[in-house]
Design a protein around this ligand. Structure first.
Ligand SMILES: NC(=O)c1ccc[n+]([C@@H]2O[C@H](COP(=O)([O-])OP(=O)(O)OC[C@H]3O[C@@H](n4cnc5c(N)ncnc54)[C@H](O)[C@@H]3O)[C@@H](O)[C@H]2O)c1
Length: 380
């Protein structure tokens, strides 16, 4: 196996999810590449050292520029807040490194366009961590749609509901709370949660032409964790939008962090002329499927337990009937990336796909600001 030296930035939620994936991937997939955990980069040396020891990174760096300069690092994995993605990715591309970047690709499409231009100029492998494309049940949905089982698609309905920011005393900014600070996050639920829904939607159902959105910021001011001052909140706490897909289907998307009782309720439903599909992140190994062509007496929604060897990715895991979970979507994404490197067919979503999602989220935010329908720019 060829060794692929990873330099990771950030040791938070995604730093752990990706490190776990690099560890597991060669145990479960036969690949020509092996990720080597070369270095972790973070601002706090003690925390970075503790993370390196726990996860098996060979070294620690506290300046990301030094990480990018290193000859013994092949790939830069960006797991830091959204406002850091563009600068790091541009420098990494200039240094000829492969780049895996967390979503959303950038704060906005303007930044994302520069990132696409940079990886294309440098001809470096690149990918965005829209990991829900790698849940076996979601891949099964994609297969059924591509095989024409649903027929013409009429409706796409997606939601991503949480409830963790209802407390008005919750500060914004800094460690763990950068998502509430518009300068670090770029937007609220639109870039954080709906970006996932949009990526999956365009993968399953093609491009989105136009959107009409409303957003709300329920808590208008919060103390900033870093400055200690009460500051205006600039993110959208909730967003709902209507969309028209290029294939003529209609969509509704909704996301909020104010849906009491919901923690990460990402769901989508697709209604076609012959069949419908429903998926729920809380029950992610199942795909609900209704086929109108079934014999009438036994027609009904069936709950497919996606755990058999002929279902996506499952032959790499246990025996039929035993399910896998959230973290496996990241293992699958690394496996596909490494397989793509070996056979010259790059895995997606790449930076261009990430830009396509940023065009939609930019249009959604603009539509909410202007109170009118907005056309969505298309990636050239
Ligand atoms: N693919 C997914 O499902 C998914 C899930 C969660 C987060 N994400 C994305 O991953 C990225 C990181 O999110 P996370 O949940 O791992 O965040 P986190 O807060 O858990 O970790 C962020 C890491 O970045 C470091 N960091 C660097 N600069 C920072 C700054 N200015 N402020 C705060 N922390 C800073 C922190 O020290 C920490 O190690 C974001 O772009 C986020 O949108 C994606």
């Amino acid at each position: 196996m060829k060794k692929l030296n990873i330099g990771i930035l950030g040791y938070g939620f995604m730093g752990r999810a990706h490190s776990n994936a690099y560890h597991k991937v060669n145990h479960f997939f036969d690949l020509k590449y092996q990720p080597i955990l070369k270095a972790v980069c973070a601002r706090n040396a003690d925390n970075a050292k503790a993370f390196a020891e726990k996860w098996g990174y060979e070294s620690v760096v506290t300046d990301w520029r030094k990480l990018i300069e290193r000859d013994d690092v092949d790939l830069i994995d960006i797991c830091t807040p959204n406002n850091t993605h563009a600068e790091i990715a541009l420098a990494a591309a200039r240094a000829g490194k492969m780049i895996l970047c967390e979503k959303p690709l950038a704060l906005n499409a303007e930044e994302a366009e520069k990132m696409v231009a940079a990886v294309e100029k440098a001809k470096v492998a690149n990918m965005v961590w829209y990991n829900y494309r790698r849940c076996p049940a979601v891949v099964l949905a994609k297969q059924l749609i591509d095989e024409g089982k649903l027929g013409r698609i009429f409706h796409y309905r997606a939601k991503f509901l949480q409830d963790w920011t209802i407390n008005p005393d919750l500060p914004q900014g800094g460690a763990a709370l950068w998502r509430l600070d518009v300068k670090a996050a770029g937007s609220g639920v639109t870039g954080d949660l709906l970006a996932h829904c949009i990526d999956t939607a365009m993968w399953l159902n093609g491009s989105i032409d136009s959107v009409s959105a409303m957003t709300e910021t329920f808590i208008k001011e919060r103390k900033h964790q870093l400055t200690g001052k009460v500051e205006k909140v600039g993110i959208d706490d909730a967003c709902a939008f209507l969309a028209r897909f290029s294939n003529g289907s209609l969509a509704t998307f909704e996301s909020t962090r104010y849906a009491r009782g919901h923690k990460a309720l990402y769901t989508f439903e697709i209604n076609g002329e012959h069949a419908s599909i429903f998926w729920d992140l809380h029950d992610l190994h199942r795909l609900q499927y209704f086929d109108h062509r079934d014999e009438g007496r036994v027609r009904g929604w069936r709950s497919i337990h996606v755990s058999d060897g002929d279902q996506p990715y499952m032959k790499n895991w246990w025996v039929p009937g035993l399910q896998i979970g959230y973290e496996h979507s990241f293992v699958h994404q690394v496996a596909d990336f490494l397989a793509g490197l070996a056979d010259g067919k790059p895995a997606r979503p790449d930076f261009k796909d990430g830009l396509a999602t940023d065009y939609v989220t930019d249009a959604v935010l603009k539509s909410a600001r202007m109170g009118q329908w907005e056309k969505v720019k298309k990636v050239k």
